[in-house]
Design a protein around this ligand. Structure first.
Ligand SMILES: [Zn+2]
Length: 334
C-alpha cells in the first residue's frame, strides 16, 4: 500500500550564506547553522529546480517536496486545486526565514508576465514579510517616495545613490509588509523576517549600497531590467492593517494579513487548542511566537519558534495545542 500524505510534514532547512547574514537563525530560531557568521536565509519550504526541501520525520522521511507534488498531488493540494486542467507541476510557494544582519540590496521582482519575457521559465515573484524581531532603529524600504519617476530614480542611481528616492519606515515586531511584483524594496539591518513568496528566484538588483564582497568586487546590478520592472504608480508601502476574521476571544484571534492572487496569509494568536485547515487546501504553518504541538505530526518535538510545517489538504482539520500564548502564520492558496 502506498504511503499516505495525510499528516503534518516537516522539512530539513536549507541555508544560504550571504554577506548580509548573521547568526540569529541559530541563536534566536534554533536552526542548526554552522560556525560562520553570515547565515542569511533558511529555506524552510522549497520546490524550485535543484533546491528541494526534504521531509524529516515519519513515513515520508527522505522524500523531496517535488516528489510529494508528483506522487501525492491530490492529497497535498486537495481535489479543489488538483484535477482537470489545474494540476500544479511544482509547489507554488517558497517560505524562507531571513536574518538581515546588514541591509539587503535594493531590488525588485518582475510579475509573471514580465518574467515570461525576461527570465523564462521562472515565474514572477510577489512576496510578503512578517517581522519576527527588530533591533532598535531597523528600517524597511518599500516603494518609492510620492512623485518619484523613472527618470528621478535613474538619475539617483547614476549618481551612486538611491536612498533619497525610497520610502522607509521603522517596522515593529509583528508587522506584515506586502510586496507585490514591481515594488522596489530592501530589508534593513537588524530585522529577522519570515517571508512567503512565489517559488521563483527572479531578482533584479538596483543598488547595493556601494558595497563590495570579500574579494573587493561589487555584486552585479540589473539596472535596466529593474527600471523596466518597477511599478511607478505604487508609491510608498507601509505595514498591512490586519483584518479580523470571525469572532475573536481571549483564547483565539485570527487576522488576515494579506490576500492576493498568489497566497493568503493569516495570523492566528491562540492560547487554547484550535484547529487549522479542513478546507480542502494545504496550509503552510510557521510559528512566529511561542510553541505548539500539532496532531498527526510524526516528529517527536513540538513546533518551536521559527519552525515551519506543511499540512497537506488530506490532513483535514488539524488540532494545534499551544504551550502558552502562541502566534502562528497560516498560509494557503486563494
Ligand atoms: Zn524581494
Amino acid at each position: 500500500m502506498p504511503v499516505a500524505c495525510d499528516h503534518i510534514l516537516r522539512f530539513q532547512p536549507i541555508f544560504r550564506r550571504y554577506l548580509w547574514g548573521g547568526r540569529r537563525l541559530g541563536t534566536v530560531l534554533g536552526k542548526p547553522i554552522g560556525p560562520e557568521d553570515d547565515y542569511a536565509e533558511s529555506w524552510e519550504l522549497v520546490d524550485h529546480g535543484a533546491d528541494q526541501s526534504v521531509v524529516r520525520f515519519g513515513p515520508l522521511a527522505g522524500t523531496t517536496l517535488g516528489e510529494l507534488v508528483r506522487q501525492h498531488g491530490a492529497q497535498l493540494f486537495g481535489n479543489s486545486l488538483f484535477g482537470a486542467g489545474a494540476s500544479p507541476s511544482s509547489f507554488p510557494l517558497l517560505m524562507k526565514l531571513l536574518d538581515c544582519n546588514r541591509t539587503l540590496s535594493v531590488q525588485v521582482h518582475p510579475n509573471d508576465e514580465q518574467a515570461a519575457k525576461l527570465t523564462p521559465p521562472d515565474l514572477g515573484k510577489t512576496e510578503s514579510w512578517v517581522v519576527l524581531a527588530a533591533a532598535p532603529g531597523s528600517k524597511i524600504y518599500a516603494g518609492l517616495k510620492p512623485g518619484v519617476t523613472r527618470d528621478d530614480l535613474a538619475a539617483a542611481l547614476a549618481a551612486g545613490h538611491c536612498e533619497t528616492t525610497l520610502h522607509e519606515f521603522e517596522p515593529r515586531v509583528g508587522d506584515c509588509v506586502f510586496i507585490p511584483a514591481g515594488t522596489i524594496h530592501a530589508l534593513g539591518a537588524g530585522l529577522l523576517i519570515a517571508e512567503i513568496q512565489q517559488a521563483s528566484d527572479t531578482t533584479f538588483r538596483l543598488f547595493d549600497w556601494n558595497r563590495v564582497d570579500a574579494e573587493g568586487k561589487p555584486r552585479p546590478l540589473h539596472i535596466e531590467q529593474s527600471l523596466a520592472t518597477i511599478d511607478y504608480a505604487r508609491g510608498p508601502v507601509g505595514a498591512q492593517t490586519p483584518q479580523p476574521i470571525g469572532e475573536a476571544n481571549s483564547a483565539l484571534r485570527r487576522e488576515r494579513l494579506v490576500e492576493c492572487d498568489k497566497f493568503v496569509l493569516d495570523r492566528v494568536t491562540f492560547a487554547a487548542p484550535t484547529s487549522i485547515g479542513g478546507d480542502g487546501r494545504f496550509h503552510v504553518l510557521c510559528v512566529a511566537e511561542g510553541s505548539a504541538r500539532a496532531a498527526n505530526d510524526p516528529a517527536d518535538q513540538p513546533l518551536a519558534r521559527g519552525d515551519v510545517a506543511l499540512a497537506p489538504a488530506a490532513a483535514g482539520a488539524v488540532e494545534i495545542v499551544p504551550y502558552g500564548k502562541t502566534v502562528l502564520l497560516d498560509i494557503s492558496l486563494p
